[in-house]
Design a binder for this molecule. Sequence first.
Ligand SMILES: [Zn+2]
Ligand SMILES: [Zn+2]
Length: 255
Amino acid sequence: MKPQCHPSFAERLDSLVDWLYPPRCRACSESIQGRDREYFCSTCWPQIQLVAHPFCTICGRPFPDSSGDDHVCGVCLARNPQYARAHSWACYPREEATEHPLRQVIQKFKYGRKVALGKPLGRLMARGCEEFLLTCKAETIIPVPLHPRRLRWRGFNQSVLLARQIGRAYNLPLDCFTLFRKMDTPPQTQLPEEDRRKNMRGAFALSGKTAVKGKCLLLVDDVYTSGATVNECSRVLKQGGAREVFVLTLARAVY
Ligand SMILES: [Zn+2]
Ligand SMILES: [Zn+2]
């Protein structure tokens, strides 16, 4: 068969859409040249550090020495998390003052209420975390719930939008109702590690136990900082009879 020399109708339509609405970087809003790199511009992409081996085999914290093997980190050795394993798509520096494209895009998504970012960010998670998603063999996805008051303010739950893309890609059902937030806890960002745990205690509850009993669940959230939120959710789900809980987040805040 002769190779196709002319662009197809779909390709021509794509170029026309790009010409009319040039794609922009989701973090810095610069226009993106070429279609080889999706979602971020050539300045922002190199700054986004994907979580790669070696990392903690429980909490997924990446280790700085790239030559070592995966192992359990000191934090997990001292206090075994309630979940089986956690993983994140990429990391950003934990210091609030440090500018970073991944932090920037998450802030736009959550506080700028850019609901349209849910789809590209969820797709990046679904594609980039394939190894983790295939090995955890979860049956149902549970997005970390927001308190109704915060949900009313934001208008959407960012974790649900991310989870929806993962559910679509891996053909997994979402359960947005069994786990709910009964306490509107103050923001965790300024709190030290131990206070974050106390702050979360009793924040979540189950509306019924039958939906989680004996199941392997995937908990989805936007950011993993100290792990206090996902750990408390996992504790409640395990108490409700869940067999295992795995955790996936878009970003991991690291020192
Ligand atoms: Zn950019
Ligand atoms: Zn760990």
